[in-house]
Design a protein around this ligand. Structure first.
Ligand code: MN
Length: 204
């Protein structure tokens, strides 16, 4: 059985950028629902139910057609949210820019010029995404390049053979209570919450 992962921080720890009420509903209701629906889809497939959700998504074509859509949507929803929570951390008490470190800085500079250029490109792509989906910074194992991509709905970069490094949930449920239609403000707020040490550790 898949379960809702524990958060490494309290629901109000991401205030004022992500508010407690949104986190409570987003994590406690939306994410839980993806987990529940994934488990329900896998009930008749005990062998698949034992596999890590990331493995199912990496080889989605091997999942039986009868539950492929459910695994894509609910398995993707579970994996995407689990990843998203894991790369966030409470904003530092000291104000100052939250910047990446280590190998990631070098890779971002080489790919995008500098962090500011990366941030601007990511922001443009994220604010421009039509409909519900996610914006990602991924590493592409085929050419070792960093890329900014979007995925619709709950599609996972894992299914595309990509390694996610940074994610932003752009479903309205991620921001509507606090930001309403002001998606750019939500995108801007997220930059204060990324755990660059964690993200750097994902870059192999
Ligand atoms: Mn979400």
């Amino acid at each position: 059985m898949h379960t809702l992962p524990k958060l490494n921080y309290a629901l109000d720890a991401l205030e004022p950028y992500f508010d407690r009420e949104t986190m409570a509903i987003h994590y406690g209701k939306h994410h839980q629902t993806y987990v529940d629906k994934l488990n329900a889809a896998l009930v008749a497939y005990p062998d698949l139910a034992e596999k890590p959700v990331d493995d199912l998504l990496r080889d989605l074509a091997a999942v039986p057609e009868a539950i492929q859509k459910a695994v894509r949507n609910f398995g993707g929803g579970h994996a995407n949210h689990r990843f998203f929570w894991s790369i966030l951390r409470p904003a530092p008490a000291v104000t100052g820019e939250n910047l990446p470190a280590g190998n990631l800085t070098t890779a971002i500079d080489q790919t995008f010029g500098d962090f500011e250029a990366f941030k601007q490109t990511f922001t443009t792509v994220a604010t421009g995404l039509f409909g519900s989906g996610w914006c990602w910074l991924v590493s592409d194992p085929t050419d070792s390049a960093l890329k900014i991509i979007t995925t619709p709905n709950q599609d996972s970069p894992l299914t595309l053979g990509l390694v996610p490094l940074l994610a932003l949930d752009l479903w309205e449920h991620a921001y509507y209570l606090k930001y309403q239609n002001r998606r750019p403000e939500f995108v801007e707020a997220a930059w204060s919450l990324y755990d660059w040490e964690k993200i750097n550790s994902l870059l192999k």
